[in-house]
Write a protein that binds this ligand. Structure first.
Ligand SMILES: *[C@@H]1O[C@H](CO)[C@@H](O)[C@H](O)[C@H]1NC(C)=O
Ligand SMILES: *[C@@H]1O[C@H](CO)[C@@H](O)[C@H](O)[C@H]1NC(C)=O
Ligand SMILES: *[C@@H]1O[C@H](CO)[C@@H](O)[C@H](O)[C@H]1NC(C)=O
Ligand SMILES: *[C@@H]1O[C@H](CO)[C@@H](O)[C@H](O)[C@H]1NC(C)=O
Ligand SMILES: *[C@@H]1O[C@H](CO)[C@@H](O)[C@H](O)[C@H]1NC(C)=O
Length: 292
């Protein structure tokens, strides 16, 4: 079997394992962050409409999480404008609840540990928000809600200006990771701004350099050619060696035969070789003193 084939199938299955693992880890991380944020609310006896920063454990330092509690009526009347996300007025939750909580996340330097876009590199941290029923935060059993905007989209502003308006290339994309795990890439119209119609996680991406891909492609071809060459060489050597072995064996057999022939069939008589059979009726006689 060719090593390239084995390697290809190995890497394919490995990456698919990683992909499913990714989804699992982001889900459990989201659940943990949501829990920490809700504890923050419980501790603060919160005012509705005030944004609270969650205290994260040391092993998550570098991320920022905050939470706000709102009445649904307020979301409908004036929307929500916190932490770089502008949710417009005339927005409903599905299903309808009286109070909702919004958890905002900024993954900072952890972004690439949890999110990736195949073929693209992320040029901003991943930010996101999740919406929950906050009618009873103490109950700890939290219902996830979705949002329904009436026309105007939710505006996501990326705070670090990675580039100015003139610099967005046509290849720059807004990447949206929906809560069901789906990825959507959409064209950017304004620098550092993305749009959405529901909760999710967001980042700005640019295509990976083509050169790198070409390099990889060449490596594959070189690997394949080398592997094939080695295979052919090994095959050729095998054939040559076995042919040689066969030949030697044949020669040995022939030599043995020849030796036997020599021993059995000829004897030296004086200076001349004479044919002889194993069974001879008359032995040749060497005359005495024939050499003198
Ligand atoms: C962080 O530590 C807590 C325990 O303090 C643990 O439960 C959690 O899984 C850890 N999270 C990560 C992402 O390592
Ligand atoms: C992110 O940065 C913090 C310090 O600000 C560090 O403690 C943490 O280990 C970093 N996380 C990663 C995944 O590099
Ligand atoms: C949202 O808040 C930011 C400041 O946090 C402000 O610059 C922006 O104009 C506000 N957007 C709307 C639509 O009110
Ligand atoms: C988190 O918040 C702190 C202070 O509010 C800020 O300095 C830091 O840049 C934020 N980090 C991220 C990744 O947003
Ligand atoms: C991706 O996003 C664009 C813009 O928001 C939207 O029009 C399109 O329907 C989305 N596609 C999918 C598959 O969700």
């Amino acid at each position: 079997m060719n090593w390239n084939v084995i390697w290809l199938s190995l890497s394919l299955c490995f990456s698919s394992v990683l992909c499913s693992l990714d989804k699992y880890t982001t889900d459990s991380l989201d659940a943990a962050l949501q829990d920490i944020a809700l504890q923050t609310l419980v501790r603060h006896r919160p005012h509705t409409g005030a944004l609270y920063k969650a205290m994260l454990p040391a092993n998550l330092s570098g991320m920022n999480v905050s939470i706000v509690r709102l009445r649904s009526r307020r979301l409908w009347n004036i929307g929500a404008n916190f932490s770089n996300f502008h949710i417009p007025s005339r927005t409903l939750t599905v299903p309808h609840v009286r109070r909702l909580a919004i958890v905002y996340q900024d993954f900072g330097n952890w972004s690439s540990n949890y999110y990736s876009v195949p073929g693209y590199s992320m040029i901003t941290p991943v930010t996101g928000f999740m919406v929950f029923d906050a009618s009873n935060v103490r109950a700890r059993r939290i219902t996830k809600l979705s949002l329904k905007t009436a026309g105007n989209p939710i505006v996501i502003r990326f705070s670090d200006p990675t580039f100015s308006d003139g610099m967005i290339s046509r290849a720059t994309r807004c990447a949206t990771f929906s809560s069901d795990g789906a990825l959507n890439l959409s064209q950017m119209s304004l620098a550092n701004v993305c749009y959405s119609h529901d909760q999710g996680h967001f980042t700005i991406v640019v295509p990976l350099k083509k050169k790198k891909k070409a390099g990889l492609w060449y490596l594959w071809v070189i690997g394949f050619v080398l592997g094939f060459g080695v295979l052919v060489l090994v095959g050729y050597l095998g054939v040559v060696v076995s042919l040689k072995l066969l030949k030697t064996k044949k020669i040995q057999v022939m030599e043995k035969q020849a030796d036997e022939d020599l021993v059995l069939d000829t004897i030296w008589v004086g200076r001349s070789k004479m044919p002889s059979a194993t069974v001879t009726r008359t032995q040749p006689v060497i005359e005495e003193g024939g050499f003198a």
